[in-house]
Design a binder for this molecule. Structure first.
Ligand SMILES: Nc1nc2c(ncn2[C@@H]2O[C@H](COP(=O)(O)OP(=O)(O)OP(=O)(O)O)[C@@H](O)[C@H]2O)c(=O)[nH]1
Ligand SMILES: [Mg+2]
Length: 479
């Protein structure tokens, strides 16, 4: 407990101020009185919290927070939840996702164009977030005159209108459509609450930066989509020619730009998507990338399958999806209070990648710091922890390319460079962190996931639903 320091601006200053002629014995007695008062106040706060939690459970309401670094798969997990348990809302939003898929395509094409321009101007340093893995053989660089010809220059000119389209779509889709720009160094855990358990937590802020907003708001009415679709249809053959061009593929390979593994990759689906009739499929929606800005709240009505009477067997799950990049993490803290379950996503394929917002930070290290801080948070002592070791498909592809885990994670040592041992190693590591840092003993449920695989994820979500409900049914029956 921190020492009591009288504050002159406090209206009770005169009452609380220690008497000027206080003896050591009087001071000890006074400090004890103050410590007792603080303890009583803390206990009252604890009781209020417990009461609130019990009332929520009596109303069959649960609060679930999705946490993890940017691009770890939080929103994709949320999409899987909604696909399973909020099908009507999911269907209503389907048309809105078309614009996101279109923007993802345009982004990929513009990235290729920028790389071509860099190559043409002799600029060899084009940043990608992927690590500088020395094990990959780098093909000797051709000179630009060998690599690109008039056909390539014509493609660049003909695809120029896509930049205007990108600006239109970004305006429509809001801040989530803006890429992250590297910024000043930031802490991995700006919400760290080692002291905040004694500090009152403000209710969720709803100002312009940390607002709650849903995809439906971001996508708005479908409106003037046709001009985008028409431009995309007009550019389709040029986009295909660009993506399939051997010289361009070679340059991408040399610069280690692996577009096919990147978020929001749709260039192999241009024939299907760049058409007037295109409607986003479930699979497209889970693969589409739109950054989360602030905190988004979603309601799910989940049947527990245990109660007998009509409406009695439904629980309201409030799911909160947060923006995971470091600049947004300070907005998480107000949501820690009264959270029943945290689903934490660690992208296991990221061991050789760096953060978009701070290229000096290894992604896996950042994720581990975050997990440790979540486990040790006193505000989350009673919160049920679920860990997703996510992006296993990308891990598999990466290891197959020969990238060595131990190069980036020396503690991995000489274990086999294969998916199962890597996942097992990380599972043990994260389990150990949880055990060591949780203020009270608890169990964390760990799942190995690829949340873009909706069939496998549906099974994981059913298992989570049953586990979470079973634990909370017990508590709610005790109310
Ligand atoms: N291949 C593959 N892609 C994934 C997986 N999980 C998520 N993705 C993709 O990764 C991208 C980022 O996922 P999101 O769910 O938007 O990430 P997020 O954690 O919500 O990111 P922020 O909103 O920036 O905090 C999306 O394009 C997803 O489709 C996975 O397991 N495998
Ligand atoms: Mg998100």
């Amino acid at each position: 407990m921190s020492a009591f320091v009288p504050n002159e601006n406090d209206p009770f200053y005169e009452i609380m101020r220690p008497p000027p002629d206080e003896t050591p014995a009087q001071m000890t007695a006074r400090l004890k009185r103050e410590a007792d008062a603080q303890r009583i106040s803390d206990n009252i706060d604890e009781d209020i919290k417990r009461d609130r939690a019990s009332q929520r459970k009596a109303r069959k309401e649960l609060r679930i927070l999705l946490l993890g670094q940017g691009e770890s798969g939080k929103s994709t997990t949320l999409k899987n939840f909604r696909m399973q348990y909020a099908r009507d809302a999911w269907e209503q939003e389907r048309t809105g996702w078309r614009a996101v898929v279109q923007l993802n395509i345009i982004r990929s094409i513009i990235l290729i164009c920028e790389i071509m321009e860099a190559e043409m101007s002799g600029n060899t340093s084009f940043n990608t977030a992927e690590g500088d893995d020395d094990d990959i053989e780098v093909v000797p660089r051709h000179r630009e005159s060998d690599t690109f010809n008039d056909k390539h220059r014509m493609l660049l000119i003909r695809l120029a209108p896509l930049r205007g389209l990108e600006a239109d779509l970004k305006r429509r889709l809001g801040a989530g459509a803006e890429p992250i720009h590297p910024s000043a160094p930031m802490s991995a855990t700006p919400f760290d609450d080692s002291d905040s358990v004694n500090t009152p937590v403000d209710p969720p802020k709803r100002n312009h930066e940390f607002f709650v907003r849903s995809w439906t708001d971001a996508m708005g009415p479908t409106g003037d989509l046709d001009s985008c679709t028409i431009t995309l249809m007009t550019c389709k053959d040029d986009m295909k020619a660009l993506w399939t061009d051997p010289a361009i593929q070679l340059v991408l390979e040399q610069r280690k730009v692996r577009l096919a593994d990147a978020a929001g990759f749709f260039l192999n689906d241009l024939d299907r998507i760049a058409t007037r009739e295109y409607t986003a499929t479930d699979d497209d929606i889970v693969r589409a990338r739109l950054r989360t800005v602030g905190i988004q709240e979603y309601l799910l009505r989940i049947s527990d399958g245990f109660s007998i009477r009509g409406n009695d067997n439904y629980w309201m799950w409030k799911l909160y999806d947060v923006g995971g990049c470091r600049t947004m993490r300070s907005a998480w803290l107000p949501f820690f209070e009264n959270t029943d379950v945290i689903i934490f996503l660690c992208p296991v394929s990221c061991f050789d990648e760096r953060l978009d917002e701070d290229a000096r930070v290894n992604r896996l290290e950042d994720s581990t710091l975050l997990w440790r801080s979540i486990c040790s948070s006193k505000l989350l002592t009673k919160t049920q922890l679920i860990l997703f070791l996510n992006k296993c498909d990308l891990l598999k592809r990466k290891l197959k390319r020969g990238i060595q885990v131990k190069t980036f994670l020396p503690s991995y040592g000489d274990r086999p460079n294969e998916v199962m041992p890597v996942v097992k190693y990380l599972r043990e590591k994260y389990k150990e962190i949880q055990k060591q840092h949780s203020p009270q003993p608890r169990v964390a449920y760990i799942y190995t996931t690829t949340v873009t695989d909706t069939t496998a994820t549906a099974k994981t979500l059913h298992s989570i639903r049953d586990r979470v409900l079973r634990e909370n049914l017990v508590t709610s029956n005790l109310v």
